[in-house]
Design a protein around this ligand. Structure first.
Ligand code: SF4
Length: 281
């Protein structure tokens, strides 16, 4: 072991690992008898997905892929009612592991639509959670992810606003201001998840206290990308890896103090494994 390795301080983020929504979905899969299938990736994390496949749980991407003998688990992102009906008509059994906070956003969208308010969902239109929330709000629902897109909407007398649970809180005011420019009355439902906001604050704080931050998570996870962005904004070098084996160890030799952080779908074990490899033990 080099002197540099011996002196390294590696801190794993407090409260790291799955959020309670993803934990609930992973536990539902663990407790589910096979044959079973998950509709979409239960967590945007290759380690979690490899474990599931090793246990014989299939990942399918459409209700039509479900076999009649299978139990299907709805992941934490939730789904649209129309997709739920298609699942129920095919699967042996359906276990709904939609996160309670996503369910709250779905309810907010549905209630607003039912009381006659046109709904605008603030989030990424191609994100599965947003697709589900839009499905609950019904036809005519608008989706925007930026202030520019909000400003480009056609003028309306009123709109109900629902947020993707993982929407960046720092962008909220800009989007709302833009929506006010094209809407006489806004009914804003705060559906952003506090877990995500809290994690961003923790990462921003840790980034200011170390020489480099390693973000652990799936390359396809928007959560992981958002945390990397928080680190960049703090001006601290950031490295993104899916697994400990991907760490660029020679490059990390130049740093002494590290923070190891992860999104809500990164298991705590992955963070600890990365921390061990950086420490050299
Ligand atoms: S980030 Fe929040 S809303 Fe999303 S699954 Fe986790 S607890 Fe639920």
């Amino acid at each position: 072991m080099t002197d540099a390795k011996r002196c390294r301080q590696v801190t794993v983020m407090p409260d790291g690992g799955f959020c309670f929504g993803v934990r609930g979905a992973v536990d539902a899969v663990d407790d589910c008898p096979t044959p079973a299938a998950v509709l979409g990736e239960i967590a945007h994390n290759p380690t979690v997905m490899e474990d599931l496949r090793a246990r014989g749980v299939r990942v399918v991407y459409a209700p039509e892929e479900i076999r009649p003998e299978e139990t299907v688990i709805i992941r934490s992102h939730g789904i649209a009612p129309e997709v739920a009906h298609r699942l129920e008509s095919r699967a042996h059994r359906v276990i709904d592991a939609t996160c309670p906070r996503v369910r709250r956003a779905q309810r907010a969208a549905r209630d607003a639509a039912e009381t006659g308010w046109p709904v605008v969902v603030v989030g990424r239109a191609d994100h599965p959670e947003v697709e589900g929330v839009v499905g609950h709000a019904g036809p005519g629902t608008e989706v925007v992810s930026t202030a520019a897109a909000a400003r480009a909407l056609s003028p309306k007398q009123r709109r109900a606003v629902v947020f993707q649970t993982t929407f960046d809180p720092s962008l909220v005011e800009g989007v709302l201001q833009a929506l006010r420019e094209v809407t006489d009355r806004l009914w804003v439902r705060d559906t952003i998840c506090t877990v995500v906001a809290h994690r961003r604050e923790t990462v921003a704080r840790m980034a200011r206290e170390v020489d480099a931050v390693v973000v652990v998570g799936g390359a396809n996870s928007s959560n992981t990308a958002a945390l990397a962005q928080v680190v960049k904004e703090a001006g601290t070098p950031v490295y993104c890896v899916e697994k400990a084996m991907e760490l660029p160890l020679p490059e990390l030799e130049r740093y002494t103090r590290f923070a190891v952080v992860g999104g809500t779908s990164t298991p705590l074990e992955s963070l600890q494994e990365v921390a061990r490899r950086i420490s050299g033990c």
